[in-house]
Design a protein around this ligand. Structure first.
Ligand code: 5AD
Length: 353
């Protein structure tokens, strides 16, 4: 039976139930299959730098974390990651990093990043280059687009001013984040927004505001995953914050329910079953696919830096999360009832008016 989501009361009910909601997941799966069939798109994630100028209270690679060994990949290493990924069937490369001053949006930083983007674009014309390197000026986004980047992931994190303030220091501004997302869209990028589920201080009302914001933005991709603690962050250190957090099962359950609601509200969307979901539960990513997700982003970063991109504790970085584990990943995806598509994986069925 089709589930109609026409009002916030229904959404609230769907999100607040305990345990899995099989009827909700089945409806999300039906919609996903109607548009995307059983295809799961792979995005090769290359974590290009864990330097970051920001100090988000939840994130392990925040500037203030002095316990972290910092690294930055050079162009040749990044291109080698793409080469490995291409041979394995990846047709999208996601260059993700902290807001590293070396790649900042001034002329020199832009030039470094543009050169990398342009070389990947030239070497793999049948692939999409996705960037996920934070807030920049519109001019910088335009230059990166001109160099060949076509997609950009920038989670909005929280659409409500009060929650955004709770998660970020005062120099960061929600208005600027939203400005970035709209600039990216206007330039012509396929845009990804998103948020953490169960972030400290997050309520049902916040999630409803997030959904309302997403409905205005109409992003191509929406990335959600459970908030996970990192010990070397203000949230990780605060007993009060840790004590008020949702239990693991609650976060898993809420993430899956929200994924299904997103699939119903945004039938066309690319929804990743995220690493954080795979970290909170060994079956998390399969459960995510069954609840409406259709993208998986395995890690293509060199093995020796994977443990350094620690945005939260115990992040998955071995097994199916590495490109070497692709056979295991294929089995997981097939066991869940889907198949890997060797395809650039553009958005389908989106009203582009
Ligand atoms: N737990 C879960 N997700 C996190 N992110 C950052 N820190 C954490 C954490 N502690 C997410 C943010 C960011 C994305 C790259 O990772 O939403 O946008």
């Amino acid at each position: 039976m089709a589930i109609e989501i026409s009002d916030s009361k229904t959404i609230r009910q769907l999100l607040s139930g305990n345990g899995p909601d099989e009827a909700l997941f089945a409806e999300a799966d039906r919609i996903r299959r109607a548009i995307y069939g059983d295809a799961v798109y792979l995005r090769g994630l290359i974590e290009i730098s864990n330097y970051c100028r920001n100090n988000c209270y939840y994130c392990g690679i925040r500037a203030g974390n002095t316990n972290l060994v910092r690294y930055r990949l050079d162009k040749e290493t990044i291109l080698a990651c793409c080469r490995t990924g291409y041979a394995l069937g990846f047709r999208t490369f996601v260059l993700q990093g902290g807001e590293d001053p070396f790649f900042s949006d001034d002329a020199a930083g832009d030039e470094r990043l543009c050169e990398i983007v342009a070389e990947i674009h030239e070497a793999y014309p049948d692939c999409a280059v996705t960037l996920s390197v934070g807030e920049r000026s519109r001019e910088s986004y335009q230059r990166l687009f001109d160099a060949g980047a076509r997609r950009y992931l920038l989670r909005h994190e929280a659409a409500s001013e009060d929650l955004y303030r709770m998660l970020h220091p005062s120099e960061m501004r929600l208005a600027n984040r939203k400005r970035c997302l709209y600039d990216l869209k206007e330039i012509g990028y396929q845009v990804g927004a998103g948020l953490m589920v169960g972030a400290p201080g997050q309520t049902m009302e916040h999630l409803l505001e997030d959904l309302a914001f997403l409905q205005k933005l109409q992003p191509d991709m929406i990335g959600i995953g459970p908030y996970l603690r990192h010990a070397d962050t203000p949230f990780g250190k605060s007993k009060a914050v840790c004590a008020q957090g949702l239990y693991k099962e609650q976060k898993l359950n809420l993430t899956l329910r929200l994924l299904a609601v997103l699939r119903i509200l945004f039938p066309y969307a690319l929804l990743p079953s995220t690493t954080a979901l795979g970290t909170i539960d060994p079956d998390g990513r399969q459960l995510g696919l069954k609840a409406g997700a259709n993208v998986i982003m395995p890690n293509l970063s060199p093995a020796d830096v994977r443990d350094k991109y620690a945005i939260y504790d115990n992040k998955l970085f071995t097994g199916a999360e590495s490109a070497q584990g692709i056979a295991a990943l294929r089995k997981q995806i097939e066991d869940a009832g889907y198949r890997i598509a060797i395809d650039i994986g553009d958005v389908k069925g989106k009203d582009t008016k």
